[in-house]
Design a protein around this ligand. Structure first.
Ligand code: ZN
Length: 60
């Protein structure tokens, strides 16, 4: 299962077979922004749900 990375700057999505710990290039090819790991494919939906939940909590 590929890992998914997203550029924090421009939002570009990258797929890699290696975890970010072993990723040589941790920066966006387009803008040089830092990449964040979104998790393995399939986990991303769960993470987005959690993000939504935490946003809701912050509003309160
Ligand atoms: Zn970028």
């Amino acid at each position: 299962m590929p890992y998914i990375y997203r550029c924090k700057k421009c939002g570009a999505i990258y797929y890699s077979a290696t975890s970010i710990e072993y990723q040589l290039n941790k920066y966006c090819e387009k803008c040089g922004g830092e990449l964040e790991q979104l998790g393995e494919e399939g986990e991303v939906m769960e993470m987005e749900k959690e993000e939504e939940e935490s946003k809701k909590k912050k509003k309160k």
